[in-house]
Write a protein that binds this ligand. Structure first.
Ligand SMILES: [Fe+2]
Ligand SMILES: [Fe+2]
Length: 137
């Protein structure tokens, strides 16, 4: 049986697909959250959407870090710190919404762009490239 670091053949391909799938769910979640704000829906709806987004982010970061550990990604620690910083900031916004305050829409849009979309495009891309290089599928 062909194995590397305890993972069977095709594992890296599956890992990439799993990350991609979660990223798509996160992108849909952020889009929905921003749409609720743009449409000036009741604050409770945006708060609920952001709480769901935080839960998705927690799950996604956990998954990604698990896969990084299994693959032996050398930048895992630095990457995990970025995840923690992202979660801290997004949870902070959620706390504000729960208290009934809201940052300007442009600021929230910028925050999501930097912490979620730019992170996927730049940081996660480094892990994906590492996986592809490690075991082309
Ligand atoms: Fe990610
Ligand atoms: Fe990440």
């Amino acid at each position: 049986m062909d194995e590397q670091a305890g993972a069977p053949r095709g594992q890296w391909h599956e890992d990439l697909a799993r990350i991609d799938g979660q990223h798509q769910v996160l992108q849909a979640g952020t889009k929905q959250f921003l749409a609720l704000l743009e449409e000036s829906r009741p604050q409770a709806e945006a708060t609920r959407a952001l709480a769901e987004l935080v839960a998705l982010l927690e799950l996604h970061f956990h998954t990604e870090e698990l896969l990084m550990g299994r693959a032996g990604f050398p930048e895992q620690h630095a990457h995990s710190l970025l995840h923690q910083a992202c979660l801290q900031q997004v949870r902070g916004v959620l706390g504000e919404l729960e208290l009934g305050t809201r940052r300007p829409l442009a600021e929230l849009r910028e925050l999501i762009q930097v912490w979620i979309h730019d992170h996927m495009d730049r940081q996660d891309q480094r892990f994906e490239a590492f996986l592809k290089h490690k075991r082309p599928t």
